[in-house]
Design a protein. Structure first.
Lengths: 115, 113
């Protein structure tokens, strides 16, 4: 069965520090998709990135980067030079192609960026 | 622009009452999902649908039902509201295939008193 684990419940860092949010997943499929979403204090869910299981190339988008490693079933998210606006809850999610399209979420990591 | 909307945004109801939360999307997506968000549990899947007349149970489906009579709408019904169902509910939609992100509504905060 598919499962997503975000072991870090809450993290606090001082502004401008780098921070990495961990995500470990379980799946029986060889084809699957991983996602990160951001939920700012306003409550909406904002899509950040999608990665398929055949593409292990790391991705960078501005201060955000993602490290996908199939060998350890991890899809970690790093924020470089954090800013107060990065304070949010971040969710990692997984969907399996071939079984069904449902998206299963981890429990989320609440990130506090302290000024 | 295409969007997904939930109504109402806030609702207070009494224990035992039937409540229906609406979800409407204009993306023309086949897949629609209902999640609940609770502190310490993240987003948990309640029910989902892959198309008209298709519905499936998620991990926390007890006490909830859905029906899909058209592509655009997936209403969520609480048959007899319980205090344990106090939560924030999110509706989402996505294209078929599992390889696209889900688009979320703004959420409905439901309080059962």
């Amino acid at each position: 069965a598919q499962k997503v684990t975000q072991a870090q419940t809450e993290i606090s860092v001082v502004e401008k520090e780098d921070v990495t949010l961990d995500c470990v997943y379980e799946t029986r499929d060889t084809t699957y998709y991983l996602f990160w979403y951001k939920q700012p204090p306003s409550g909406e869910l904002v899509f950040l990135i999608r990665r398929n299981s055949f593409d292990e190339q790391n991705e960078i988008s501005g201060r955000y980067s993602w490290n996908f490693q199939k060998s350890t079933s991890s899809f970690n998210f790093t924020i470089t030079a954090s800013q107060v606006v990065d304070s949010a809850v971040y969710f990692c999610a997984l969907s399996e192609r071939g079984r069904d399209d449902k998206i299963i979420f981890g429990k989320g990591t609440r990130l506090h960026i302290l000024p | 622009d295409a969007e997904i909307t939930q109504s109402p945004r806030h609702k207070i109801t009494e224990t035992g009452r039937q409540v229906t939360l609406a979800c409407h999307q204009t993306w023309n997506h086949n897949n629609m999902f209902w999640y609940r968000q609770d502190l310490g549990h993240g987003l948990r899947l309640i029910h989902y649908s892959y198309g008209v007349h298709d519905t499936n149970k998620g991990e926390v489906s007890d006490g909830y039902s859905v029906s899909r009579s058209n592509t655009e709408d997936l209403p969520l019904t609480l048959e007899s509201a319980a205090s344990s169902q106090t939560s924030v509910y999110f509706c989402a939609s996505s294209e078929s295939g599992g390889d696209t992100e889900a688009f979320f509504g703004q959420g409905t905060r439901l309080t059962v008193v």
